[in-house]
Design a protein around this ligand. Structure first.
Ligand code: XUL
Length: 513
């Protein structure tokens, strides 16, 4: 059996898989807000941060780990688990002093993780991905490297407020003494992995690429960026490594206390997005995942490390090898809801029948689908902009908005130079067959839906199996099957229609930025 853990913003989740039987044998979660209310973090972070700061208490993650393992031990036989891997919310960082290694080595199963590890924190809180306090530091790092584009060429992203490098720089500037006292810096993922392994383990290429520090060409920390970020940073980071690198046995703390097998091994932990790529069965070339949520997200595997010349998208390591892109579109569900409310219709106006009624206008009328500021493309839009050839009925406006969203996605993923052969659609709106068919038509690729609930934790369990020698692809074929009957084929007659629409969409965008 293989255990995958995912430490996300709001919860810590475990998924155990049996690859021989092809079954998920256990899924459990600890919710930080509901289960650990004394950390006063109802949504997983400390409310009331100033200047864009969003921090969490790392002790909450440790206490969640003890609680999760005690719940697991009560419901399942943990001695059958032979490898553990995991994932974490990306970009968040934990700062530890010199005592951390010794404390990890000598963890006493009679005491809690919090009791034993809290004195090792050289910073009591951890900035997480929601933190936007580092605008100044991003500018400084860009300047030191000769521009944001150079940072993007090296690391796959321009300097980004939530990314770890700018966050480390801000810590160094605001509290140089505590920074100097820091012996080791971990991501959320590598912090939890280290506790499980009983020693500090490396950051993997998947999560490491979300730091503005990893050079994608060498897969090492970039010396110029280390220098531009903070002094002596190289010494505070272990050299990065591939996700499936086995780190040795678990800490005896877990075998003694929770009945894990003392021979159980640990692999590295990765970011939740790279783990989700695995859990959605999309690590193969030509596969993309589109998640329709508050924001819409597009991510796809990429054999080579191409970077977005516009600096909107990001590149992370693919746990199965190679790379992946991630591109976030802020005007997702909120834009769809805004139009629904504006037209005073309900969701049935977005369904299959309704969209089929406007099929003859496919690709004809254009809408820039932005009801507010967008990050892809980065621009402060104040409302949608349309160019219609037909009379703008409600049905046509809905078609044009949805087409606009997916044309924008298609346009802004072209830099990957990957031909998309299959799309796995997830998130609230993915259940809508009309929207799913439109995605298939705009991208000219089949669209599949999956019933995976904990895609990151499942991905982590598959990574654990892969680290033990199982094949990534066959594991994904077993655990990440499309929901029967959910696959939609693209209408090939619309291929040239959307080919021309994407060009006209790009022109309209150029005129309005
Ligand atoms: C990705 C990002 C988020 C976090 C949330 O860049 O910031 O998706 O990983 O868990």
């Amino acid at each position: 059996m293989f255990l995958g853990l995912d430490s996300s913003t709001q919860s810590l989740t475990a998924v155990i898989i049996d690859p021989v039987a092809g079954t998920i044998t256990c899924q459990l979660s600890v919710n930080f807000g509901a289960d650990l209310p004394h950390y006063q973090s109802p949504s997983g972070f400390l409310p009331g941060g100033t200047n864009g700061e969003v921090h969490s208490n790392p002790l909450m993650w440790l206490e969640a780990l003890d609680l999760l393992f005690s719940r697991l031990a009560a419901t399942t036989d943990l001695s059958k688990v032979t490898m553990i891997a995991g994932s974490g919310q990306q970009h968040g960082s934990v700062y530890l002093d010199e005592s951390f290694e010794d404390r990890l080595k000598s963890l006493n199963a009679g005491k809690s993780l919090v009791e034993q590890l809290s004195p090792a924190l050289s910073r009591t809180t951890a900035p997480i991905w929601m933190d936007t306090s580092t605008g100044q530091e991003c500018a400084e790092i860009a300047e030191a490297l000769g521009g944001a584009v150079e940072v993007c060429n090296r690391t796959g992203s321009i300097p980004i407020e939530r990314f770890t490098g700018p966050q480390i720089r801000r810590f160094f500037k605001t509290d140089p003494a505590a920074y100097a006292h820091t012996r080791r810096i971990h991501l959320v993922s590598s912090f939890i992995a280290s506790v499980i392994a009983g020693k500090s383990v490396p950051i993997d290429f998947g999560d490491g690429a979300g730091m503005n520090l990893l050079n994608l060409a060498t897969l090492q920390w970039d010396e110029k960026l280390l220098e531009a970020t903070a002094p002596d940073l190289a010494a505070k980071l272990l050299p990065p490594a591939a996700t499936t690198t086995v780190q040795g046995r678990i800490s005896s703390y877990f075998s003694t206390k929770y009945g894990l097998n003392p021979d159980c091994d640990t692999a590295l932990f990765t970011g939740d997005n790279p783990a989700s790529l695995v859990g959605m069965g999309a690590t193969g070339s030509g596969e993309a995942v589109i998640s329709l949520g508050t924001s819409d997200t597009f991510f796809a595997s990429m054999p080579e490390a191409k970077t977005d010349p516009n600096g909107f998208g990001h590149v992370f390591g693919n746990p199965a090898g190679g790379f992946m892109s991630i591109i976030v579109f802020r005007n997702g569900s909120l834009a769809r809801e805004a139009l629904r409310d504006q037209l005073n219709v309900d969701w049935s106006a977005f369904d299959r029948e309704s969209l089929a009624s406007t099929l003859q206008s496919a690709g004809k009328n254009l809408t820039l689908p932005f009801f507010g500021p967008e990050i892809t493309p980065r621009h402060d839009f104040t409302g949608p902009i349309s160019e219609f050839t037909d009379e703008p009925t409600a049905a046509l406006q809905i078609r044009a908005l949805l087409e606009g969203q997916f044309l924008n996605m298609r346009l802004h993923s072209e830099w990957m130079e990957v031909k998309i052969e299959r799309i796995r659609l997830t998130g609230g709106a993915s259940k809508n067959d009309g929207i799913a068919q439109l995605v298939a038509d705009v991208f000219q690729a089949p669209v599949e839906r999956l019933d995976v609930i904990n895609s990151a934790a499942l991905g982590a369990a598959i990574i654990a199996a892969a680290a033990a020698g199982h094949d990534f692809q066959s594991m994904q074929d077993v655990f990440c099957k499309a929901t029967p009957g959910s696959t939609l084929q693209p209408d090939r007659l619309l291929g040239s229609v959307y080919e021309s629409a994407v060009t006209r969409f790009a022109e309209l965008l150029k005129k309005n930025r």
